[in-house]
Design a binder for this molecule. Structure first.
Ligand code: SF4
Length: 297
């Protein structure tokens, strides 16, 4: 990969990228991104994953300022699916073409550990050939806190129930999550990778953060991935770049393309960069042209 960069000695990838952004060298950034995609995958092939999410509960006690999904336990629209409902949802999703089931909800202290493990057991037994990725680091952290357990113990119990993949969400660049959120997220992910769970990373951006903050987080993620690979662990399977929608403002296509191209440059050993899922084929084209090679539907 080093051949793509020239005069690279003594500077980190984040410093080089910061300099390229300051110089507005977008042509060079996009060009290197598409070169890297071809080099890493051996082709310009784009992969598709038909994925469905079971939002098993919308109750969450974290209350992130940007989240419109969660409800407090006392709100009338608060719900928790029972295990049978979750299994039926998963079976129906697979019948409709899903090859991956994501199980993800809020941090709900009322859900027992037995509820989580029974749900995983029931879904993995009903759908043994389907990839199941469940629970974000924040949910796993919440399970440990609310049930007086450790991250290691929670992940061991979920593994014993049949889970092999955790989800990568909860990694936002929002002002209230930028430090403590990252600390908890990276801790859970490191433990999961040590246990050889399948992991991915979703980086949610667009909170008004600077390019420097984005590059720092990308640098930290790449470092985690590199260390995991060096220890014989699987590392991240893919990175998803997700623009937050706040106050009805969504990132422009150009901003989305720039973030994807920068990320492809910053992760020279990561197999896949995923486009954000929006029911928008024009956006998919923009993302692919910027260096993405994975579309998660
Ligand atoms: S932890 Fe997740 S579900 Fe809970 S408020 Fe934050 S983003 Fe929403």
């Amino acid at each position: 990969m080093a051949a793509i960069y020239t005069n690279a000695a003594q500077t980190s990838p984040a410093q080089r990228m910061q300099r390229a952004i300051e110089k507005q060298d977008w042509q060079g950034i996009f060009s290197r991104a598409t070169q890297l995609r071809s080099l890493i995958n051996g082709s310009d092939a784009v992969h598709h994953i038909n994925s469905r999410t079971i939002a098993y509960t919308n109750v969450c006690t974290i209350g992130c300022s940007f989240c419109s999904f969660y409800r407090s336990p006392t709100q009338r629209s608060a719900y928790v699916m029972n295990v049978e409902e979750a299994v039926n949802f998963a079976i129906q999703a697979v019948q409709q073409g899903a090859v991956r089931i994501v199980i993800q909800g809020g941090v709900n202290p009322e859900c027992s550990l037995a509820y989580y493990t029974e749900m995983i057991e029931a879904i993995t037994q009903a759908l043994p050939d389907i990839q199941i990725d469940a629970f974000s680091p924040r949910e796993i952290y919440g399970m440990a806190r609310h049930h007086g357990s450790t991250i290691e113990s929670i992940l061991q119990k979920l593994y014993a129930a049949g889970l092999r993949g955790v989800t990568g969400s909860g990694n936002e660049l929002s002002p209230d999550q930028i430090s403590t959120g990252w600390r908890d997220w990276s801790h859970v992910m490191q433990v999961a990778q040590q246990m050889h769970y399948r992991t991915s990373a979703t980086l949610v951006w667009g909170f008004g953060e600077s390019w420097q903050q984005r590059l720092q987080r990308m640098d930290e993620l790449q470092e985690m991935h590199t260390h995991a690979l060096a220890k014989g662990e699987p590392g991240f399977a893919f990175l998803m770049l997700w623009p937050v929608q706040q106050h009805n403002r969504m990132a422009t296509y150009n901003e989305i393309a720039q973030v994807i191209a920068v990320a492809r440059n910053m992760f020279p050993t990561l197999p896949h960069i995923a486009a954000p899922y929006l029911p928008d084929s024009a956006l998919a084209q923009v993302a692919i042209a910027a260096g993405a090679d994975l579309l998660v539907h």
